[in-house]
Design a protein around this ligand. Structure first.
Ligand code: KG4
Ligand code: ZN
Length: 349
């Protein structure tokens, strides 16, 4: 076999995911354990519980991924793990597991940045699918529960961040709004569902920083404005108008994200676009970005729905790209709640 395979582990937040991925991005086998039901009563991820659950799930998933695939350990040539940014108690579980496997199986390993993983998610594929042709340079909008950033990506692994959120991430705004509405957790997908039957122009929410002359984002003002509106409504009114409230709130986020993409394209020129991260699963965002790209005749790369939220497939591909460049980690590698200074180049933000 000419392709090289890695085994990858992702445990940066509350999803435990393990995958076997090739260096061209083919995800041969991926298994994930989700903790949504465990964290639901708290309305958000409880870090200590997340770490504890990772420790119970991870080795079992590693075994199942190897046994359930057509491969054996001897076919694996490297190991990859998310080492940053994320919840430290969660990252430690994946990291210590990979380090131990690296020693036991005598394999090299690399720790990757979680956002870098998301950036490569639109380019992973499954057996029997055509591999997407990765552009030399593209503009990536990484929108998740923890991050919102616009990145100019050049092959093989060069990342220039041109804009990021100054406060909340877009997914966090969705989650907090869903909590205020009493919809449950995780919020984004629930707001997306309700918004389908609502009027996006019924309520006027602010579009923070949309008109500012930069590529940055801000979502905390939008959240406060939603809180004020919801406080002015009775429980019956909220219930009766919940679809319209969700659709209007969602439209404000989508307008902001698409507006900043438009600004970036008019500044940096026509580049292929990719949207990634949990929020890239949002049906309205996908629809609006498709419209925008077709108007401007831009190539668009969106992850398959199962690769939008956290998964080891994207981490494996990001890591195998680093291994291909000779970048490896040592047993001294520790977890970090934040990106490291050399992970991204920051331009004007
Ligand atoms: O990438 P991800 O799994 O984790 C982080 O890296 O943060 O993203 C999770 C976020 C959550 O905030 C969740 O509400 C949001 O992605 N999300 C969505 C949708 N599906 C997940 N937001 C809007 N619409 C969706 N359909
Ligand atoms: Zn993520």
């Amino acid at each position: 076999m000419s392709e090289k395979l890695v085994l990858a582990i992702e445990t940066s937040c509350d999803d435990t995911s393990v995958a076997i991925v090739s260096d061209s991005g083919c995800v041969y086998k991926m298994l994930s354990a989700h903790q949504d039901d465990v964290h639901k009563p708290f309305g958000g991820v409880v870090p200590e519980i997340a770490g504890r659950n990772h420790s119970m799930a991870v080795l079992n998933l590693v075994d199942k991924v190897i046994c359930g695939s057509d491969f054996e350990w001897k076919d694996i040539s490297g190991l990859v793990v998310t080492s940053r940014p994320g919840l430290v108690g969660s990252l430690i579980v994946g990291l210590v597991t990979i380090k131990t496997l690296a020693l036991a199986k005598e394999l090299p390993f690399v720790g990757v940045n979680h956002i870098e993983g998301h950036i490569w998610a639109p380019f992973i594929y499954e057996p029997l699918q055509e591999p997407p042709k990765i552009p030399q340079k593209f503009l990536s909008l990484a929108v998740s529960g923890g991050h919102t950033q616009l990145v100019l990506v050049s092959q093989p692994n060069n990342y220039v961040v041109i804009g990021k959120t100054v406060d909340d991430a877009a997914g966090e705004a969705f989650d907090k709004f869903a909590k205020m509405m009493g919809l449950g957790y995780p919020g984004g997908v629930l707001v997306d569902k309700m918004a389908m039957a609502g009027d996006p122009h019924k309520f006027k929410f602010p579009r923070p920083k949309l008109k500012s002359n930069d590529f940055g984002f801000s979502f905390s003002g939008l959240k406060t404005s939603a809180l004020n509106l919801l406080n002015s409504l009775s429980e019956q009114e909220k219930k009766a108008m919940q679809n319209d409230l969700c659709a209007s709130f969602q439209e404000a986020i989508v307008d902001t994200l698409v507006g900043k993409l438009e600004r970036a394209i008019s500044h940096y020129g026509n580049l292929p676009i990719s949207i990634t991260g949990g929020v890239s699963a949002n049906s309205r965002l996908r629809e609006r970005v498709k419209e925008f790209c077709s108007q401007k005749k831009l190539e668009l790369f969106l992850p398959d729905l199962k690769f939008c939220t956290d998964n080891a497939g994207m981490i494996g591909f990001a890591g195998s790209r680093l291994i291909r460049e000779g970048i490896l980690s040592s047993q001294n590698l520790g977890p970090s709640p934040r990106s490291l200074p050399n992970d991204f180049i920051y331009e004007d933000c």
